[in-house]
Design a protein around this ligand. Structure first.
Ligand SMILES: [Zn+2]
Length: 221
């Protein structure tokens, strides 16, 4: 059996994931955060930690109430992460970004419909846009939990996106894939009126996902 991971190696993995978001252009500066679930709470990037330069030093471990004995300040968005770990037992890692296409779409306060079959990979026939609430507030955490019901990702009105995964790699892959989809959806909207998959077409995609698992290339990351 693998030895349980200690907090410092977890912090290193969170920092690597955060830098990866920077490398993919999904987080510029400190406009995002990453966390992993721990036995007693979570390890999350600190307030002001930037994706370009993140190290394990820019990660803090919190208990479920957000308390820490480290002399570091967690991201102001830790409420959203805590709510996701509380409400979704399958969530082991959470990624939040203000990536360009997701944020642009979220400013329309519209759900992303099944314009592309990959939308179904996020759990439903839409990726919902959570209602607007001020960043860093418990109310935004409530809005996020509502929008994530039976989903693993959502947009945040006038803000960005958030997703979770069974591990950091899966959460990261989903953030990358959702940004690509949001960009494609905006392109399709700019070019015309995208055709939305019918219920029967969505049901067929669901069947395929069930049989073959997550089919999208980035799932294999
Ligand atoms: Zn944010």
């Amino acid at each position: 059996m693998a030895a349980p991971m200690n907090n410092s190696s977890l912090a290193e993995r969170v920092a690597v994931a955060y830098r990866e978001l920077g490398r993919h252009g999904l987080v510029t500066g400190a406009a995002g955060n990453v966390s992993v679930r721990t036995a007693g709470g979570m390890s999350i990037t600190t307030s002001g930690s930037t994706a370009e330069t993140a190290t394990a030093d820019g990660v803090v471990t919190l208990d479920r109430e957000g308390r820490t004995d480290e002399n570091k300040k967690p991201s102001s968005e830790w409420f959203m992460h805590a709510a996701i770990y509380r409400e979704f037992p399958g969530a082991a890692a959470v990624v939040h970004t203000h990536s360009n296409a997701c944020s642009a779409l979220a400013c329309l306060r519209e759900d992303m419909p099944a314009f592309h079959y990959n939308v179904v990979g996020f759990g439903g026939d839409t990726v919902r846009c959570a209602r607007y609430a001020t960043f860093g507030t418990p109310d935004l955490a409530v809005a996020v939990v509502e929008a994530l019901r039976e989903r693993n990702a959502c947009l945040l009105a006038n803000h960005g996106m958030i997703c979770f995964g069974a591990d950091l790699t899966q959460a990261l892959g989903r953030a990358i894939r959702l940004e690509a989809l949001a960009y494609q959806y905006l392109l399709a909207r700019a070019a015309g009126r995208p055709h939305i998959l019918s219920d029967a077409e969505i049901a067929s995609v669901r069947e395929r996902y069930k049989t073959y698992g997550d089919l999208s290339p980035s799932a294999k990351r």
